[in-house]
Design a binder for this molecule. Structure first.
Ligand code: SF4
Ligand code: SF4
Length: 180
């Protein structure tokens, strides 16, 4: 599959926010802490041998012309990602500005995304704490451990289906997928 293009005029220059907000399992780096290999605001000190998770990551600000310059991570204090197949919008907040996503001009746009997804949701990370938004509902998922996953569950009912988002152990989710 061809790699998506970077929006003309955008770059990572002077921004290393993803090196703080993302968790990097290969480095045992938790979400919300600056990577020990990060030269803050400059770049990666081990760029040539950085883990694949780092090399593969381009935030949505770089990739999406639908996001204006106000979404630049150093301005918004937010780093956005997108899981295409599941239609999940990921929003990682800078722990030093954990309420940034509740502020404008961001919050109304985020709520629009949460209201318009057919099969996904918006997932906000505040360090290792997660919050999911779907429609007008907020699901406070609390601290999510590395051995847990977030699942969207749709329960059909007489008045229409009810959707919930919750955290389950990976082992339980794997067993459910296998039909155990
Ligand atoms: S958050 Fe986006 S713009 Fe900033 S360094 Fe990471 S990929 Fe580049
Ligand atoms: S290894 Fe480099 S690119 Fe990856 S999080 Fe650390 S500083 Fe950032």
């Amino acid at each position: 599959m061809p790699l998506p293009d970077i929006v003309p005029g955008r770059s990572c220059e002077n921004c290393t926010l993803c090196c703080k907000v993302l968790g990097i399992p290969a480095l045992e780096k938790p979400r919300g802490t600056v990577c020990t290999h990060c030269d803050w605001g400059q770049g990666c000190k081990i760029y040539a041998r950085r883990p694949g998770a780092c090399a593969d990551f381009d935030c949505s600000y770089l990739l999406s012309p639908a996001l204006g310059d106000e979404w630049k991570p150093t301005t918004a204090h937010l780093v956005l990602g997108y899981m295409t197949e599941a239609d999940i919008i990921l929003i990682y907040t800078d722990p030093d500005h954990s309420a940034a996503w509740r502020e404008e001009p961001y919050n109304s746009r985020i709520k629009t995304w949460a209201a318009s997804t057919a099969k996904g949701y918006v997932l906000i990370w505040e360090g290792s704490r997660a919050l999911a938004l779907l429609g007008a509902d907020e699901f406070d998922l609390g601290v999510v451990r590395d051995d847990q996953v977030i699942v969207r569950h749709e329960q059909p009912g007489p008045g229409g289906s009810k959707v919930t988002i919750s955290v389950v152990d990976k082992a339980v989710a794997d067993a459910e997928r296998r039909g155990d």
